[in-house]
Ligand binder design. Structure first.
Ligand code: FE2
Length: 215
């Protein structure tokens, strides 16, 4: 945020940044092969995870998620564990940007689940209690599928604040949406509320979400 020019010695500075991390998972042919294998296992999971399909009927309208049935895929599948190893490196970098002192403990993936969103499926605003870092890795994001929308964490405390003008800089808006791009991941602190708006196109959006706890 730029400092606003003021009269005399007055000035405005921005404080308390909220950090959101985005990066390609990795480069090279290994990443492409891993994606192909993850997509193959995603299709198999949707076919065989009866408990997940019935959970999704109630809680993930129109789509499939393994959140209610198989939410530790990194322990279930060596392919997902390969993804976990790559994600670990990004989470370490994110921790460095946060200047976290982890002491003798580390950030470890505790949960990892699959999401398949056909047309109309959405995931309304929520956060991930107990975790330190949450994120999503995108496997398949056809044109027109929705991004990941974040909410200003102070919104609930703005009470009687007037609305902001349409010309406001992106970092001063109440929401910011990150486009979902296959092969990329997004990390954020788990207290940051976020949503995936309804998928408006018939093509499926496929992603893997996860939590890291400080253990
Ligand atoms: Fe989430």
């Amino acid at each position: 945020m730029k400092r606003a020019a003021g009269r005399g010695a007055s000035r405005v500075q921005a404080w308390f940044p909220t950090l959101i991390y985005r990066a390609p998972l990795s480069s090279g042919s290994g990443a492409l092969a891993l994606n192909r294998e993850l997509l193959k296992e995603a299709a198999q999971l949707r076919e065989f995870d009866r408990a997940g399909l019935s959970w999704s009927l109630k809680h993930y309208h129109g789509g499939y998620t393994s959140y209610g049935s198989m939410d530790r895929l990194q322990q279930f599948s060596s392919t997902f564990d390969q993804l976990r190893r790559r994600l670990d490196r990004h989470v370490q970098r994110f921790a460095q940007t946060q200047h976290w002192e982890l002491g003798g403990r580390s950030l470890e993936m505790t949960d990892c689940w699959l999401n398949i969103m056909p047309r109309g499926t959405a995931h309304s605003f929520h956060l991930h209690p107990q975790a330190a870092v949450s994120g999503t890795y995108y496997l398949k994001t056809p044109r027109g599928t929705p991004g990941l929308k974040f909410e200003d964490p102070r919104l609930a405390m703005m009470m009687a604040a007037p609305p902001r003008s349409a010309e406001v800089a992106p970092e001063q808006r109440a929401h910011i949406t990150y486009a979902a791009r296959a092969g990329e991941l997004i990390l954020f602190e788990s207290w940051l509320r976020h949503e995936v708006p309804p998928n408006p196109v018939s093509a499926e959006r496929i992603s893997i979400s996860f939590n890291y706890h400080w253990l």
